[in-house]
Design a protein around this ligand. Structure first.
Ligand SMILES: CC(C)(COP(=O)(O)OP(=O)(O)OC[C@H]1O[C@@H](n2cnc3c(N)ncnc32)[C@H](O)[C@@H]1OP(=O)(O)O)[C@@H](O)C(=O)NCCC(=O)NCCS
Length: 156
């Protein structure tokens, strides 16, 4: 979890529209109406991160102030629509993005980050120090998921 961010990547806050291309190609190929936005995209407390490699966005994630009743914790954020472009996966871009998000959330005094994790993505979140709840549930059009989370005070 505490490995350093790789230098060839640079993560920064981006506009929600800049997430649409990777959302379309990597996450939601089933969408046919061309709308790759989600309702919380433009809420003031939401922020979007993009990880760049040579001026190209290769990884994205959207961070939403949303409480999950499964957790007894006041200040939570939810990660949605996290993805790395297919040709750039497993090279450290997702790590760079999530570490940047955790820094931002710590500065905002947020206590916990959670997400609905696709089963295929669980090894990534585990590698980042996140834990999972046991239950597996289906999300329509996408497949089985587990809830994963990390308390920010567990990060050194
Ligand atoms: C999950 C995803 C976002 C990870 O992004 P990434 O840029 O490939 O991840 P990184 O290269 O930064 O990997 C960080 C760590 O996770 C591990 N990891 C990533 N994907 C893994 C996998 N499928 N299996 C095992 N470990 C994995 C890496 O080995 C690395 O660990 P290490 O640094 O200890 O070696 C990316 O694979 C993806 O977009 N998948 C398809 C879309 C998706 O499922 N998104 C998640 C929706 S919940």
């Amino acid at each position: 979890m505490q490995k350093l961010k790789k230098k060839q990547f640079h993560t920064r806050i981006i506009n929600s529209e800049l997430t649409h291309d990777i959302r379309k190609r990597v996450l939601w190929p089933h969408i046919t109406n061309g709308d790759y936005s989600i309702q919380p995209d433009d809420i003031e407390s939401t922020f979007h991160l993009g990880t760049y490699c040579q001026n190209q966005i290769i990884s994205i994630g959207t961070f939403i102030k949303e409480t999950n009743e499964k957790f007894n914790c006041n200040t939570q954020y939810r990660l949605r629509a996290m993805a790395t472009d297919k040709g750039h996966q497993t090279k450290g871009a997702g790590r760079n993005l999530l570490l940047t998000a955790l820094d931002i959330l710590k500065k905002k005094k947020i206590m916990m980050l959670w997400c609905d994790a696709r089963l295929n993505a669980i090894p990534f979140y585990k590698a980042m120090g996140m834990k999972s709840l046991r239950k597996i549930y289906q999300i329509p059009n996408i497949g089985p998921h587990k809830t994963m989370y990390i308390y920010l005070d567990s990060i050194k």
